[in-house]
Unconditional design. Sequence first.
Length: 165
Amino acid sequence: MKYFLYLCSKILQPILTILIIVQYLDIMDERERLIEIMKSQELNSKQLSLELGVSAGTISNILGGRNKPSLEFLQNVANHFPFISPAWLFLGFGEKYIEGYIPGSSEAGNTLFSQVEPATSAKNESPIESRVTNDAVVSVAVQPTSVRTIQKIVIFYSDGTFEER
């Protein structure tokens, strides 16, 4: 009996230590992180279930603590909210948002440089125009009407210096 109690104390002591450390660090579990995402994106459980393509019961079971989210479910969340840091989502470590994301928008592409217009807007324009003449296809290069060229590039280094090219 003494050996059994000794063995139990040796096994349970590290487990209790880990539980105390986790409680002290106050690391969010997956359910709490999912609730945090729902709050930040202003979604209720029904809207989240529609967004992720899962049943409302799945969301309800996770939020109620009856089930833990599966790896597949968390991957689905990561795919639908690419601005959420995977390390934070899966493990609870690090920052909630990926670097460069500006909180306050539900758009996945809302990053530091997303507001910058592209150098050329070639949405439906093709630089090559094809014409059919006498059953032969002739391709002619078309010069865009407004061409923008790069005038200067400045590279800034972390030590405070810069270089113009």
